[in-house]
Design a protein around this ligand. Sequence first.
Ligand SMILES: [Zn+2]
Length: 144
Amino acid sequence: MTLITQNVDGLHQRAGSPEVLALHGNLFEDKWFDAPKACCQTGRAEPGSPPRCPACGNMRRPAVVWFGEELPRQTLAAAEAAVRECDLMLVVGTSGVVYPAAGLARMAAGKVVIVNPEPTELDDPAHVMLRGNAARLLPQLLED
Ligand SMILES: [Zn+2]
């Protein structure tokens, strides 16, 4: 199973999901604001708000995708590869309006099942729609 998420809270990783593709990054990680130079060493950033490279002033920032930024290319490519090979895709708890993530359901090789309390923009390409709360419905899917 490959878990693709737009969440940035790291909950899937902390819950033990083995393969998580976090399309929008992880709030508990950080990265350099500008492309790092040789002087930019994570462990040597000067403390502050935000921490900075003492040599060039490059700043640390949360490793999440901000509005207007592209998704991490490798992560998006891995997500696209996973859905193009899947037998079944569960799309859980999304309105399906944020692209390119919403486009993944349209390129799925297998059946697409939507789990959401409300209609979504992805209902048309879906094979099955389960209306309801994911916390209640997902455990029921695992029962005999
Ligand atoms: Zn630097």
